[in-house]
Design a binder for this molecule. Structure first.
Ligand SMILES: [Zn+2]
Ligand SMILES: [Zn+2]
Length: 132
């Protein structure tokens, strides 16, 4: 059944994402999944990534000047983007509760989520350029 195959592929896309920390693009996931499913199309990978995002099982990170990136870590967390190499790193220790509380205090609606992206230069790039 086509439906079953579809879902197996989705499961393997999800597993691939959860195992990596590099916040890949759909293309990067595609080249990995193709090893297991040589006949899968890039369109199928995109569709499954969109569906998983909709289900809240993965996160999509929209970037300003590049393709969307995907994140297997579904738990809310923040990101650091290196402006030199474009690497995206997870940032877990942001005081989100207090941040959302202070934002909500003068906002007349319901704040449900918050995503922060920090920008700068990663350790590897900073070392390469003699910045640290
Ligand atoms: Zn970097
Ligand atoms: Zn992440």
């Amino acid at each position: 059944m086509a439906t079953l195959k579809y879902s197996r592929q989705r499961e393997s896309i999800k597993t691939n994402l959860m195992q990596r920390k590099d916040h890949p693009t759909a293309d990067m996931v595609y080249s990995d999944i193709r090893i297991e499913y040589p006949n899968i199309s890039l369109g199928t990978v995109y569709r499954n990534l969109a569906l998983l995002t909709e289900l809240g099982e993965i996160q999509k990170i929209s970037s300003i000047d590049g393709p969307d990136r995907y994140d297997g870590q579904a738990k809310p967390h923040n990101h650091f983007v290196c402006k030199k190499c474009g690497k995206i790193v997870d940032v877990m220790n942001t005081p989100m509760d207090s941040l959302m509380k202070s934002m909500s205090s003068d906002f007349e609606g319901l704040v449900e989520e918050c995503n922060i992206t920090f920008y700068g230069v990663c350790k590897e790039c900073a070392q390469k350029e003699g910045l640290i």
